[in-house]
Design a protein around this ligand. Structure first.
Ligand code: ADP
Ligand SMILES: O=c1ccn([C@@H]2O[C@H](COP(=O)(O)O)[C@@H](O)[C@H]2O)c(=O)[nH]1
Length: 304
């Protein structure tokens, strides 16, 4: 990406000649089908007072990976109508378009993406979604951590981890009531494509997450913490512009064992917000509340 790196993105500024364009803090939200990814994003937006706000004015926006399904060939369309197309395989997505769109978003540009119509298994170009520049962008989908180029764009990665029985129990009524399917088709698609693809492509990406959220939207403690972190980010950006996440130093200073100073040191040493965020997520994993473990430790994270 020319002219962009994680450092200046996380600091929120990209130099474009004389003008300074605000680049958003990009959060990836992955997880299996019906794990609660969109519900988690919706809750975050609601708690931040963004959901009821006019979409041109929002500081936080949420985008679904579904807008990046690729257009099907006529024969694939026929297969899809019979429930014989694999929408859970990485090949079902238009990765180039996804990458380009995220690059534009990171450059602070307005983008237009199609909505997705599950009833016809196709992109709806009549109903384009306009994504206005925002301070924080949530990007959710089953495979958002699958491709390294996309994965590396996120400043923070969340994985919504809901057990597969619960997910299936939620998917069945959702697909019947909201996506125009019948029970047989939902179960056949689940057993033929959804479950095997989850195990092969989605579940292995959990290891890339900075924060794993067990039980999805039911995990109010985890959501409150993430909301608080976004609030800090937004306040800081408003108060300090490019100084990014200084308030992390204050807000994380809630336990004697928390090394709030090391976050400040990151900022002061010029290692920047990205490192501070990494430390934040590590701290989250270390934090255990009495009788309430709200984050599952991701053992695959490198030590800082
Ligand atoms: N915590 C929850 N409790 C009960 N139902 C939920 C919960 N989270 C999500 N759902 C329901 O499960 C279905 C899938 O949730 P959704 O957030 O759309 O998942 P995803 O975006 O991961 O596919 C929806 O019908 C939603 O209303
Ligand atoms: O035409 C389509 C496109 C996708 N799907 C299924 O949707 C899920 C992903 O959406 P979630 O909201 O994360 O559940 C994926 O498992 C596909 O199987 C579909 O059924 N039809």
């Amino acid at each position: 990406m020319e002219g962009i790196n994680k450092e200046n993105l996380a600091n929120g500024l990209e130099a474009t000649g004389k003008d300074e364009v605000k680049s958003p803090f990009l959060i990836g939200v992955a997880g299996g089908t019906a794990s609660g990814k969109s519900t988690v994003c919706k809750k975050i937006m609601e708690q931040l007072g963004q959901a009821e706000m006019d979409h041109t004015q929002r500081q936080v926006v949420s985008i679904s990976q579904d807008s990046f399904y690729r257009e099907l060939t006529p024969s694939e369309k026929l297969k899809a109508q019979k429930g014989l197309f694999n929408f859970d395989h990485p090949d079902a997505f238009a990765w180039d378009f996804m990458e380009k769109t995220l690059e534009q978003i990171l450059k602070g540009q307005k983008v237009e993406i199609p909505s997705y119509d599950y009833r016809t298994n196709s992109l709806d170009f009549e109903n384009m979604l306009v994504i206005y520049p925002a301070d924080v962008v949530l990007f959710e989908g089953i495979l958002v951590f699958y491709f390294p180029k996309i994965r590396d764009m996120f400043h923070m990665k969340l994985f919504v981890d809901t057990d597969s029985d619960t997910r299936l129990a939620r998917r069945v009524p959702r697909d019947i009531n909201e996506r125009g399917r019948d029970l047989d088709a939902v179960l056949t698609q689940y057993m033929t494509f959804v479950k095997p693809a989850f195990e092969e492509f989605c579940s292995p990406t959990k290891k890339f997450a900075d924060v794993i959220i067990p039980r999805g939207a039911d995990n109010t403690v985890a959501i409150d913490l993430i909301v608080q972190h976004i609030r800090d980010f937004l306040n800081n950006r408003t108060c300090h512009g490019s100084t990014g996440n200084m308030s992390l130093c204050v807000n994380l200073d809630i336990s004697g064992s928390v090394e709030a100073g090391s976050i400040g040191a990151d900022m002061a040493s010029g290692n920047g917000t990205y490192n501070a965020i990494r430390r934040f997520s590590t701290l989250c994993k270390e934090l255990t509340m009495k009788n309430n473990v709200f984050f599952e430790t991701n053992k695959n994270l490198p030590h800082h």
